[in-house]
Write a protein that binds this ligand. Sequence first.
Ligand code: ADP
Length: 701
Amino acid sequence: MKKSPNHNIYSKLLYFITIMTVFFMLLFLSLYIFNNRQEKQTYQNSQKQFNAEVQSVLKLNSDGPTALLTDLTFWEGLGSFTISKDKIWFKKNIVDNFKHYDFELIEVYGLDNNPIINNEYSKIKSKVIIPKEALEQLNKKSFATFYIKSQKGIIEIFGTKIQSVNNLNSKNYGYFLVGRLLDKDYIQTLETNSNSKIKIVESNTIESNDRNNMNYIFPLKNWNNETISSLTFTRTLNLEYNNIQNLLTIIVLSFILFILIFIYYCRLWFFAPLNTVTEILETGNKKSIDVLKKAPGEFAHIGNLFEENRNQKLELVKAKLKAEENDRLKTSFLSNLSHEIRTPMNAIVGFTELMMNTKVKEQEQNEYLNIIDKSGKNLISIIDDLIEMSKIDSHQITPNLTSVNIESCINELYDTIKVTIKKSKKIDFFILENKSPAHFNISTDEVKLKQIIVNLVTNAIKFTHEGNVAFGYEVIEDQQQIKFTVKDTGFGIDEDSHQHIFDRFRRVGDDKSIKAGGLGLGLAISKAYVEMLGGTIALESKIGKGSVFSFTIPLVYDKVEMITVQPIKNKTNIKGEEEGTILIAEDDNINFLLFQKIMKTKNFKIIRAQNGQEAVNICLNNPEIDLVLMDIKMPVMDGFEAFEKIHPIRPNLPVIAQTAFSSNEDKERILKEGFSDYITKPINREKLFDLIDNVFKKKVS
Ligand code: ADP
């Protein structure tokens, strides 16, 4: 089958999902970038503000000492002190006044760079010497702020040159320096003022790239403008951009998870069942149908529909095969039929011509007539079978239940069949020993029952050259059945053919059965009859070992009476002494001629009627008529109608129907209408005389 183009729904959906994913990813990415930029911008603004704040705090922090030292620079008293070195004056005017300032260090140096006041008023216990270079710098600049390292830590130094303003040439006296130790208190005050965390670090760079904190670095420089250490100011920035990023990440991950779940369930709920549907449509696989039936939702229903459809298809295929088989069988049946009809016809035509065209001796003539007679009977049985089968097909046959004495039925059949077995066959023919006979009459259709047994037994004889053929019955009380068995030790039937053997037109085996002849209808008719009687038929057979056909019918006792086996009726010989007038109602000239010839041997007066109407008229006008042989199918008025008219007027006049319709139903109808008896065409001479004999006997009695 042609596959549909590449893009099936599944790949289309994946394509669509991929585009959606890319679109959403781009959206998330732009949000992420936008968020990052916003964060950066805010950070930068906050950082700027923070820098400004810290710078102003630092400025404020140094503003006090700077102003103080600016005042002291031109103070004559201090200049005089550098000369007098009066420490009492110094304590009283400087140290005591400076109490309110948090200076840990107050020092005075001379122009020779030697200390005048050194460490005397220092809160720092270790000795702090201001380097010579620092003082030289101070000399140049007049005022300086710088940091030095001491054992106690870093000290912030404010220094000023002591000068005289009275002197136009400006005289220098020395250097006045105050210092603040960058200790815990100092840092804490700065921290409070700047609302930040402060650390003293060696390097002047910050390694952390933490966006949640803003940093400001203030380098602590010595007199030479060299950084000796740094103050880092850190303030936490609660922007919480991380939360937004986390949220975005969660959304992205959830989105991916959702897509994966979506694809998974799409496969489970749609694409897997759809693939199964495709597979079913392509292969009709039963397993796939079972899988689909278990699929979720509507697909289970579709699975059920597929199963129904598959069953219907199988039925159709079966029906088709059956039709083909029937066709084949019919073809073979037609060739069989042709063969089966031509063979006796050939004999009839051939021997008739022989007798007509050549002079044959009386002995040969008898021989030929025998052959013609047998061939004619064969033809009739073939036609009987065909008609019977077509009636079965059109359901025209129903069982006619009567009270049947099975024992005598079996005996009668035995007697009838035994005489037909050719002497050339070395067959031992007998009735099977019966351990449980029927003690009462059985309600069944005698004619059909006999027909089944005759079919089976004649087959058994036909397909057995030597050995045994036996038949019989037994009652199976607990199953409420009567079982009939027909056994032979003939060719046997191979096991593969057992299931077809009861099909119509079926002839199994090799040329043996073909040689034996037959249309393959006997077993089909038998089976149909058995089923009609409410039983089953079975076969056990092996090639070369013989066959056992058995069938059952329901055990329905008719009357609770003991069976008395009736003696088989002795046949009355035709002695030719009967006399009487017989009306033969027959439209066909040849058939009438045959009647005339047969009757010639007897002393009957023969009157002919060519149709039913004539027969009625003759009967009414001729009271001497003793018997009517009434053809059923006639022009103007048929036999049934004519009988209906004659019977009320001459109720005691025996009327025997003669008909070409040979089925059981016809026979039943004839007897039901009230005819005395019937005879089927072609007319059997013996049978005809037997019937006439019976009629006249009854009449006499
Ligand atoms: P037919 O009228 O051709 O015998 P049947 O329906 O009676 O048709 O039998 C069908 C076929 O079954 C026969 O042609 C023969 O091959 C086989 N068959 C029937 N009965 C026997 C048997 N007793 N032994 C061997 N083969 C048998």
